[in-house]
Design a protein around this ligand. Structure first.
Ligand code: PMV
Length: 314
């Protein structure tokens, strides 16, 4: 049988999640340690989609299956083809709905696989435009950050409505990523912040969003100046502000505290929050391993160590 594949990877938001939706700066990193592959094969009969990637969460989150269907239909419409005689499946190591951009990664991989199958070139602008259609279904009001980071290889600095700016991550430090094992709720978290900003007393929430933006800007300078302590401090402050916005959770707070007690320069939730993943910063690999152990003890179901840049230490 004739088959084509499309791939993408996870992403980590270092700074600016949620604030990016409201026009503030953000920084996100591609996270190739977790990957997504979509396969489109020739088949007899009507379209079939293997949704086992979303086993266990599809029932609570019908929008993620809907966003998958939207991704397929948007690509088909752009390609001007019908969906007959195709079998589509996904294989992935990205934990689904944990703040690693899984929904964007699914759409990116599906779109790439379909364009490959129909032998049509796909440029970045078309890819991001198509993925944004399904991301609206998944998240309501996506900033576009997830799709760009899941499809590209560079760390990105991004302000909504402006071009993505790739920048070198020449910081000698390590990120430790910990998964609470609890499904995040990006859509609800995004809309709860919108409700606060449109509510009776919006000022404290507006201030919180703009502080998160300032942290992202300052974090960019800290990275450029190779200053891990300052970046860690900004991560701690960002976690406090995200908690004030009510997008943390007891599980995230427990892992964040464990990382700090374990010696992290800073720690915060990453992505949509209310579950999902957290990140912590360490100066070198041996400190990173201690922090990794601390967050495992505190209940992380999976952990990763990500070398941010600079030279490998011994
Ligand atoms: O939870 P994730 O991986 O989908 O990340 C969401 C990031 C937000 O800033 C909360 C939303 C967005 O569209 O940027």
């Amino acid at each position: 049988t004739r088959c084509s594949t499309g791939t993408s990877h996870g992403k980590i938001i270092l700074m600016g999640e949620h604030a990016v939706v409201h026009g503030e700066p953000s920084i996100a990193l591609p996270f190739p340690a977790v990957e997504m592959t979509a396969t489109v094969c020739e088949a007899k009969g009507p379209l079939t989609i293997d949704c086992s990637y979303y086993n266990g969460i599809a029932a609570e989150m019908p929008e993620i299956l809907e966003s998958m269907r939207t991704a397929i239909h948007s690509a088909m419409a752009e390609l001007q083809v019908s969906d007959e005689n195709l079998a589509i499946s996904l294989a992935s190591t990205i934990p689904a709905e944990r703040g690693m951009g899984s929904s964007a990664a699914v759409s990116v991989a599906l779109t790439r696989a379909l364009f490959a199958y129909f032998d049509k070139p796909l440029n970045e602008a078309t890819l991001l435009r198509l993925v944004n259609i399904s991301e609206k279904v998944a998240h309501g009001n996506p900033s576009g950050l997830d799709a760009a980071t899941a499809s590209g290889d560079a760390p990105l600095f991004y302000i909504k409505g402006q071009p993505f700016e790739a920048f070198p991550l020449n910081l000698k430090a390590y990120l430790i990523v910990g998964d609470t094992g609890v499904t995040g709720q990006t859509k609800e978290a995004v809309s709860s912040i919108a409700a606060k900003l449109n509510g009776k007393n919006p000022q404290p929430y507006r201030d919180a969003i703009s502080r998160l933006g300032t942290f992202a800007l300052t974090a960019k300078s800290a990275i450029e100046a190779n200053d891990p302590s300052q970046l860690g401090e900004l991560m701690n402050q960002a976690h406090a502000v995200l908690s004030f916005l009510d997008v943390s959770s007891p599980d995230l707070d427990r892992l964040v505290s464990a990382a700090r007690f374990g010696g992290a320069l800073g720690a915060k939730l990453t992505g949509g929050g209310r579950g999902g993943c957290m990140i912590a910063l360490a100066r070198n690999r041996s400190e990173a391993e201690k922090i990794e152990e601390a967050i495992r003890q505190a209940g992380a179901i999976r952990t990763w160590i990500y070398q941010m840049g600079g030279t490998e230490d011994v």
